[in-house]
Design a protein around this ligand. Structure first.
Ligand code: GLN
Length: 383
């Protein structure tokens, strides 16, 4: 007899990002699917990594993250969100934002606990909840503005609700939570035992002079929150898989119990490099404008096609509607665009537990201008 696995995730296949990237490679398509830049990161940071390695910073750093990096992050949070956080007790460096979110779920969930998830949702959330014995309670964002209907949230909250996961700037829609949303959320969780997991990996990628409203700015929310960030999105190095989680001391204490027996500590040379580079404020303060330029460039180029943009106020992404172009499902069209036109996108239906078809595809515009132009050129004749 051979051992067989009783799957912990029986309904899960390969993530849509990998699926579309593999297909894109196979057909040599331009990849506007998976969210990653195709331009180089600042060589000042890679120089700092080299320097750190050559100086011998190649052994374990503290399991919570290099102290100098955590101190730099605490200063940044104070400046950006006017919140005092303790570098020792409230920040842990993680191998990416997704890991931070997973660890937060593992820290808080007991069997049968419910978690409210807004859909379309980043595809790791629901499997993260289920593998930890939780039950996802999906709520659809309103189409086409992807806003939250708080009356629905109120209806879904009950004694089993353990957490609500929010994400702003939102992947895949590019929508932003407003002050009224965070106030409404504060009202609904006041006096309950509900935790908030706030996915803020696109915190700096905000356009049109809008402001990113971090949960860190709302003390009544922060006291119950795990706030998750990504260095990959901030410094154009998604492959580094480096991020961090911020949470109040009592929450962070439990988070670290899970973290220490999983990853234990993240790679050290990049932490030395980031600790030095984080002092360069321009690098993150100028990001919104930089990406906004790319969004606008792509929108201009896409005017020559029949695709219609939905507004994007933040993130790497913009949704385009193909209403009036095709009757195919989002996945069918996304696959055909790769095979016949050489452009990869992500079907938004993949961000729902039970697919909802609004005829929209997600395009990643964090690319060189020539990449964006070439992709738009290839889409001109789509029928
Ligand atoms: N966050 C990236 C996206 O949304 C992909 C990350 C991944 O491939 N898991 O495209």
């Amino acid at each position: 007899m051979k051992p067989t696995i009783q799957s912990k995730l029986p309904n899960v296949g390969t993530t849509i990002f990998t699926e579309m990237s593999v297909l894109a490679q196979q057909y040599k398509a331009i990849n506007l699917g998976q969210g990653f830049p195709d331009f180089l990161m600042d060589s000042a940071i890679t120089d700092l990594v080299n320097e750190a390695m050559q100086k011998g910073h190649n052994q374990y750093v503290h399991m919570n993250g290099l102290p100098a990096l955590r101190e730099g992050l605490a200063e940044k949070v104070k400046e950006l969100y006017n919140t005092d956080i303790d570098a020792n007790d409230e920040i842990t460096v993680t191998p990416g934002g997704t890991y931070a979110i997973y660890t937060a779920f593992t820290t808080i969930l007991q069997k049968g606990d419910e978690v409210i998830v807004f859909e379309p949702a980043y595809d790791s959330y629901i499997p993260n909840i289920e593998i930890n014995g939780g039950v996802a309670v999906p709520i659809s964002l309103s189409y086409p503005d992807y806003s939250i209907n708080w009356d629905l949230v109120k209806e879904k909250i009950n004694a089993k609700t353990k957490a609500i996961i929010i994400n702003s700037p939102h992947n895949p829609s590019g929508a932003l939570l407003q002050d009224a949303d965070l106030k409404k959320l504060s009202e609904l969780v006041l006096g309950t035992g509900i935790f908030i997991i706030s996915d803020e990996v696109y915190e700096h990628l905000v356009f049109d002079n809008k402001e990113h409203l971090s949960v860190l700015k709302y003390p009544e929310l922060y006291e119950r929150s795990f706030v998750c960030f990504s260095f990959g999105k901030t410094y154009h190095c998604t492959g580094w898989k480096m991020g961090y989680c911020i949470a109040p001391p009592s929450l962070m204490k439990e988070f670290r119990k899970v973290h220490q027996f999983n990853c234990f500590t993240c790679n050290s040379p990049t932490q030395f490099a980031l600790a030095a580079y984080i002092k360069n404020k321009e690098a993150y303060l100028g990001l919104g404008k930089f990406l906004q330029g790319k969004r606008d460039y792509f929108m201009e180029a896409m005017k020559a096609t029949k695709f219609k943009p939905l507004p994007s106020y933040g993130s790497y992404f913009q949704l385009y509607s193909y209403d009036g172009i095709s009757e195919e499902t989002e996945k069918e069209l996304a696959v055909r665009l790769i095979k016949e036109y050489g452009v990869a996108t992500i079907p938004v239906s993949a961000f729902y537990n039970i697919a909802i078809e609004n005829k929209v595809l997600r395009f990643c515009f964090a690319k060189k201008e020539e990449t964006l132009q070439e992709a738009a050129n290839r889409l001109i004749n789509v029928k």
